[in-house]
Design a protein around this ligand. Sequence first.
Ligand SMILES: NC(=O)c1ccc[n+]([C@@H]2O[C@H](COP(=O)([O-])OP(=O)(O)OC[C@H]3O[C@@H](n4cnc5c(N)ncnc54)[C@H](O)[C@@H]3O)[C@@H](O)[C@H]2O)c1
Length: 258
Amino acid sequence: MTGHPRTVLVTGSAGLIGGILARRLGDRYVLRGFDRRPGPLLGPVGDLADPVALATACRGVDAIVHLAGESRVDAPWAAVLSNNIAGTAALFEAARLEGVDRVVFASSNHVVGQLEVEGAPGIYDGSGGRIIGADEPFHPDSLYGVSKAFGETLGRYYSNRHGLRVVCLRLGSVLRDDDPWLEAQRLGGDTTPNHRRFRATWLSHRDCAELVVAALEADVRFAVAYGVSANRRHFWDLGPAERLLGFRPLDAAPDNPT
Ligand SMILES: NC(=O)c1ccc[n+]([C@@H]2O[C@H](COP(=O)([O-])OP(=O)(O)OC[C@H]3O[C@@H](n4cnc5c(N)ncnc54)[C@H](O)[C@@H]3O)[C@@H](O)[C@H]2O)c1
């Protein structure tokens, strides 16, 4: 099978991005879910650590969007190890064994997060003068970032050695309220630093869903791309998503609270 999947498994389907994809992509694909808690998509409830449940989930699907995992940047090693490292390894192996054509891996900007840390605060308002490319060496800022670098590396291995199509999306900030200012307020405390970051790193729900579609449809064997809306103050390179996946964001964060 090349190019045009019909049946797509979404792991982590009960989470934030899983819910966004369930709402926005259900009319384009036959979506199936897999998560350790019940969610909006039909499919087995189970853990990535359960090979039987995982094989059942992967059987007969054309592509997998792999979202399941520990999503807290400050998560401790035990959670990162089991959910993101062992869990992602189990997912790629199940995809291979079940003959799945393509895996879209939810990577993260935190694989190069240390460059952002070192560029702050100027990087958030453009005075850092820096656009971070997808070919930068890994500079993780956390064990979470390390685990996403591992997932990308594993994806490259499965693509090179086993012929899977693999697209790694280094997602920016997908926000519950889908608005940088509202999200900063929701988090409480001093809203200014969070708002400054979110208006540079925001990936809107609409852009997130369309980026996943582009990753599912692109004629590529392996790709790494940042996922960020066309925010005026963005500092990750939008080029790879456009060149490799044909994706152009439609949304852009307002500069100021609306
Ligand atoms: N939200 C963002 O801004 C953002 C940014 C960059 C990357 N990501 C990545 O995208 C993915 C989805 O993010 P999200 O915000 O929807 O996270 P989330 O925490 O809302 O959802 C993650 C889901 O994965 C499930 N899960 C975790 N470990 C599992 C396991 N071992 N077995 C089965 N299910 C398991 C959880 O139950 C949860 O429903 C994550 O991998 C995250 O690291 C998210």
